[in-house]
Write a protein that binds this ligand. Structure first.
Ligand SMILES: Cc1cc2nc3c(=O)[nH]c(=O)nc-3n(C[C@H](O)[C@H](O)[C@H](O)COP(=O)(O)OP(=O)(O)OC[C@H]3O[C@@H](n4cnc5c(N)ncnc54)[C@H](O)[C@@H]3O)c2cc1C
Length: 490
């Protein structure tokens, strides 16, 4: 089937206005938020129904064209980037909130619903969708599920996986299944768990039952300013170790303070080395006492100043600064490379120290804005993408951050997924057997590698090969030191 025939058939399935194919229009879809690597798709479709998606998937299988699911494209690991072209399936038109069922604490939605809009919609009912990535004003629920996303409030409420009760997915075979009926209990294999975090590689989410979380009765927000990032991050470990559970513990370092200060009129002293944003929520009774205990820990750890937000408007102002801090980096440099890793909370001070050395070694400024309560690091390497040397140094600095994080007992992704950005680092964390077990699972859903190929698994190793490695008992170390094992060359 040639491209013209493919476009014609797609127009027939989704309607002529829902097929994007002109080269200039395809540019919008050549990457997600990770712009280090861009690839144009052959064509983009914007379906309105699950049935249309199922028919598109069957056509793609016949045409031998990859399917790349796409929500809002805010991902930061290249997950929605069409590495080998193919058909990008945008969920932008599937943005309906279908059913709010407060008596069973659940809501049924289409995948293109914007995270923030869902919580706004639920507010009058007294509920929210708790996972709140900082990109929540743009990112979709489908993308949240596919990446198992986190957010500032996931410290207390848990990441996306804790809030998905069941999903409807179109499989690479073109079949449509539900993995759960929206009740909290599951029987048999937990397919909802398998699909959540699978980065669009084994199923395209077309509907979901999500858990509703009650809005808290009261909220308090304070900003504690510290002389340096080490004392602020040590404070975070102590707060959690003392058995107190804030709703959020977020840190911005000196450079980040500089970026947000003007933009949000925060009036923070730029001499401060770090700002720790603390939110506590729950019933009104006892909330001030909880906050007093936390503030006392901050003061014992050398906080220079503690600024409470006096009303809802001030709380919103502080949160706007935190959640838009990445965008504010544009004031400091044309491009940032955001590295997403996790270390045990107690290792934050040392790891952040190392990030400081990495910035010096590679001669690039690095700002830090992160979900400290989860031990989730987000060094933002600032550079100019048009400068080749800076580009290369940014990549090398990111590798160093990952190396240090692993060395500290951490992992290479806290919430942004593996995509293409981290795929080659998977071997640092997983054995051949681990990866091959994942590959076997992938193969059972997608034997022809139709959905989002070239993601998650290390480059150059198809899932079939990985599964074969497992059967042959070959280890990664054999691959690196020896030649190509027979099982791969055959
Ligand atoms: C400024 C900024 C701040 C961010 N902050 C956070 C944060 O605090 N926490 C966090 O976790 N992430 C954060 N992110 C990363 C990103 O926003 C999240 O990963 C988000 O969940 C992606 O949603 P999306 O709709 O943009 O998905 P996309 O980027 O379009 O896609 C992400 C992945 O999901 C797959 N996918 C999308 N829709 C579907 C579907 N319906 N079915 C199957 N697969 C699908 C894609 O193929 C891709 O692999 C941030 C990003 C930015 C730019």
């Amino acid at each position: 089937m040639n491209r013209t025939e493919l476009i014609e058939e797609l127009r027939h399935i989704v309607g002529p206005h829902s097929v994007i194919h002109r080269p200039e229009d395809l540019l919008t879809y050549d990457a997600d938020g990770c712009v280090m690597d861009t690839h144009d798709p052959h064509v983009v479709v914007v379906p309105s129904t699950t049935e249309q998606i199922a028919t598109v998937v069957k056509l793609a299988a016949r045409a031998g064209m990859p399917i790349v699911p796409r929500g809002a494209g805010t991902g930061l690991s290249g997950g929605a980037t069409p590495m080998s072209g193919g058909i990008v399936v945008s969920t932008a038109r599937m943005d309906k909130i279908l059913e709010v069922d407060t008596r069973n604490s659940r809501v049924r939605v289409q995948p293109g619903v914007i995270n923030f809009e869902l919580s706004q919609y639920l507010k009058p009912y007294g509920y929210q969708f708790a996972p709140d990535p900082s990109s929540q004003k743009a990112c979709t629920v489908g993308g949240n599920i596919a990446n198992n996303s986190g957010g500032p409030h996931c410290l207390k409420y848990g990441i996306t996986a804790s809030h998905v009760l069941g999903v409807q997915v179109v499989l690479p075979s073109g079949e449509t299944i539900w993995t759960g009926d929206g009740t909290p209990s599951t029987m048999g294999y937990d397919l909802t768990g398998v699909l959540t975090g699978s980065e669009g590689t084994i199923g395209l989410v077309t509907e979901a039952w999500l858990k509703l979380t009650r809005l808290p009765e009261a909220v308090r927000v304070v900003l504690a300013l510290f002389p340096d990032i080490a004392s602020s991050s040590a404070t975070v470990s102590q707060i959690v170790a003392s058995g107190l559970l804030p709703a959020a513990l977020e840190i911005m370092d000196r450079l980040a303070i500089k970026a947000v200060n003007d933009m949000y009129k925060l009036g923070l002293p730029e001499a401060a080395g770090a700002a720790l944003l603390i939110e506590v929520d729950g019933v009104e009774d006892g909330l001030d006492e909880l906050l007093t205990e936390i503030v006392a820990i901050c003061e014992r750890n050398g906080a220079l100043e503690v600024r409470p937000a006096r009303n809802a408007a001030e709380q919103n102002q502080v949160w706007a600064a935190r959640k838009n801090a990445f965008g504010a980096m544009g004031r400091l440099a044309p491009t940032y490379y955001l590295v997403d890793t996790v270390v045990p909370r107690t290792c934050l001070p040392y790891t952040l120290d190392q990030v400081g050395y990495i910035a010096k070694n590679f001669d690039l400024p690095i700002a830090n804005v992160f979900h400290a309560g989860d031990g989730n690091l987000h060094p933002l390497i600032l550079f100019d993408r048009r400068n080749r040397s800076q580009n290369q140094r940014a990549l090398e600095a990111a590798t160093e951050v990952m190396r240090v994080s692993i060395e500290q007992g951490g992992v290479i992704s806290g919430e942004h997924g593996i995509g293409v950005e981290k795929q080659d680092y998977m071997t640092l964390l997983f054995s051949t057997d681990d990866l091959a077990a994942m590959a076997s699972l992938h193969q059972s859903f997608d034997p022809t590698d139709l959905f989002n190929p070239g993601k998650v698994f290390p480059k150059g190793k198809g899932c079939g090969e990985l599964a074969a490695l497992r059967r042959a008992g070959v280890q990664w170390s054999d691959l690196k030191t020896g030649g190509v094992p027979a099982v791969l060359s055959s």
